[in-house]
Design a protein around this ligand. Structure first.
Ligand code: FAD
Ligand code: FES
Length: 299
């Protein structure tokens, strides 16, 4: 491999430093923004494309794969969402209808005015994965945060070795971003989509992400040396996936997960998101797996 992966502190490389408590001025401002398109992805998820209204603010607004923003519905409240697009310009959010704010959001139309605060948090260290094989593994709505690093890898395809995406849901109806799959495959990516319970219309494999991973590991002779992994999904999934990856020789510092906690301020002030003394909004949501294993009660 041409490049050597540097094992880095995720916080120090993605602007985490300028988000420490006491130095947060820029992140307290809410950008006025407009929903420019809404695309249904499944019965419960929609993709919202959001544009910051002021052109200068829009130009200045940048983010990295894995970061999140706080979305405000005026008069209703705010909630954190991962940015599903790859970089500056359009902010795309894949949002599941599940409670107060997201039910209101489900009813608004194109052109609605919203507020954006952020971006917040750490990101996937994608540049430091250059020269490596990449495994991108998602379960359920975990494809929302994973779509940004997938887009980065595709835009920089020549910088990576083998690229495998594994995506699993309980049923085929729950699959999101289905319209992207052909494009991802065309870009020399091995895409493995798997569902746990198949109805007669499902032609693909049946099982879990861990089953697909076991097949890939077996095909590669039991080892995934020179591979980095990004895993997004429910904690039970990433625990079993990361333990399989560890057995296949990927060091824990080369596996990255995104941890979700209840969040309120997004900037280390409200103490809603902490695991011990670690603030998930500042030092996460992206952590390497070694750090997660050393955070008591992280999973
Ligand atoms: C960093 C981060 C990134 C996120 N990215 C996305 C995303 O890309 N797409 C998406 O749909 N959702 C995402 N979420 C979850 C999202 O923030 C919550 O679903 C949202 O707050 C729900 O708001 P609500 O007012 O509609 O629901 P509420 O009425 O507040 O709650 C509805 C239900 O969801 C549960 N819930 C709310 N927030 C969380 C949470 N953070 N973790 C676990 N359970 C929760 C509540 O306990 C309740 O059962 C993310 C959360 C975090 C912290
Ligand atoms: S969300 Fe307020 S401290 Fe993290």
């Amino acid at each position: 491999m041409a490049h050597e992966l540097k094992l880095v502190n995720v916080l120090s490389m993605h602007g985490g430093d300028n988000r420490r408590r006491g130095d947060l001025g820029a992140f307290e401002c809410t950008y006025k923004a407009e929903i420019t398109s809404i695309f249904p992805l499944s019965a419960t998820e929609k993709l919202y494309k959001i544009r910051i209204s002021d052109p200068d603010e829009r130009d200045r607004f940048g983010f990295r794969p894995g970061q999140f923003i706080m979305l405000e519905l005026p008069g209703i409240g705010e909630a954190p969402f991962s940015i599903s697009s790859a970089h500056g310009g359009a902010v795309e959010l894949c949002i599941r209808r599940c409670g107060n704010l997201t039910n209101f959001l489900d009813k608004v139309g194109r052109g609605a005015t919203v507020g954006l605060r952020g971006p917040f948090g750490t990101s996937f260290p994608v540049e430091h994965m250059h020269g490596q094989n990449i495994l991108l593994i998602a379960g359920g709505i975990g494809l929302a945060p994973l779509r940004a690093p997938i887009s980065y890898v595709l835009e920089n395809r020549c910088c990576f070795g083998k690229v495998d995406i594994i995506y699993g849901t309980k049923t085929a109806e729950q699959l999101i971003f289905t319209y992207e799959y052909d494009r991802w495959r065309n870009d020399e990516v091995s895409l493995h989509v798997v569902v746990e319970h198949a109805d007669p219309s499902w032609q693909g494999p049946v099982g879990r992400t861990t089953d697909v991973l076991a097949e890939i590991i077996a095909r590669r002779g039991g080892t995934l040396k020179d591979t980095c992994a990004i895993v997004c999904g429910p904690p039970a999934m990433f625990t079993s996936v990361c333990s399989a990856l560890t057995k296949a020789d990927i060091p824990m510092q080369k596996m990255f997960v995104s941890l979700e906690r209840r969040m309120h301020c997004g900037m280390g002030k409200c103490c809603r998101c902490n695991i011990g003394s670690t603030y998930t909004c500042l030092e996460g949501p992206v952590f390497d797996y070694w750090t997660v294993m050393n955070l008591k009660e992280a999973i």
